[in-house]
Design a protein around this ligand. Sequence first.
Ligand code: GLV
Length: 318
Amino acid sequence: MDHPGRSLAVIHHRFSDWVPALQEAEPRLDIRGAHPREWESLDPDWLAGAEGLFCWRLPDGLVARMPNLVWVQNSGAGVDHLVANPELPGDIPITRADGRFGFWMARYVCGHLLSEALLLDECALAQSRSTWNAKLIPEDLGGKIALVLGFGRIGRQIGRALRELGMDVRGVVRSAREDEEFKLGTSAELPQWLPAARCLVLAVPSTAETRGSVDSGLLRFGNSHLTLLNVGRGDLMRLEDLLAALDAGTVGRAVLDVFPEEPLPKDSPLWHHPKITVTPHHSGPSTPKDLIPDILDNLRRFAEDRPIARAVDRQKGY
Ligand code: GLV
């Protein structure tokens, strides 16, 4: 053992799940955890010596109390909150984990789309009225265009699931490239693709380039059958532009799992909008079982004092 007891602080709202799971994955480390609201309950001397940090949102003041920090592992896919945090020195590698989010999000996207296509709400209503409504014919999604904005590991998995529904899937990527499996384009293609699209899935990270990019200039190319599903980040979209597009009929419905402010404030107009479905940022649950396979290699590297691999590119933001 090169560094017996190298220390990893777990500052996470579900630290009681994560600490034993990480400890089992890498028994050589000294792993201790606390809730983000109670991080100061950790022994300050131990924290000052800890070289690794596993976290979601960084509590203010924590990094200043970790002068030996050399690695930050995010407990999820999006690192926008860490990259933007001025307390985190630029030379400390940040790593992300998207585990099985692609599978979860694929189910989420298909579930919401199938619920529309199979008229599940209408069927439930008819049943509640003991009404046999033979006019409730499911929509055929076959051949309809599905656009997935962001086509990394997560977006591709969503694309594969939509393809299984028979949809004509197109991935929207930063720079044009050939792909063996899917038709890919850049955002420059969206004005041609959106008028006939049945769904637009936002699965990009929040970066300087993507924040606010789904705005009225883009949504005006949509159509009244377009369902927009956001599983990325709330700040990708300008909410006032979405509301205007729903009013104007260039978006038919929106399924939103992420919001600029979470939890969504009680007085938000989104809660009661007839064309919006709100879900509580649950499309990709971060469980140790799903994420540890992504983290394991770096846990071992950290335990053995080897360089951390696959750090995010802070300039790109992912
Ligand atoms: C969740 O939103 C994540 O980025 O992991």
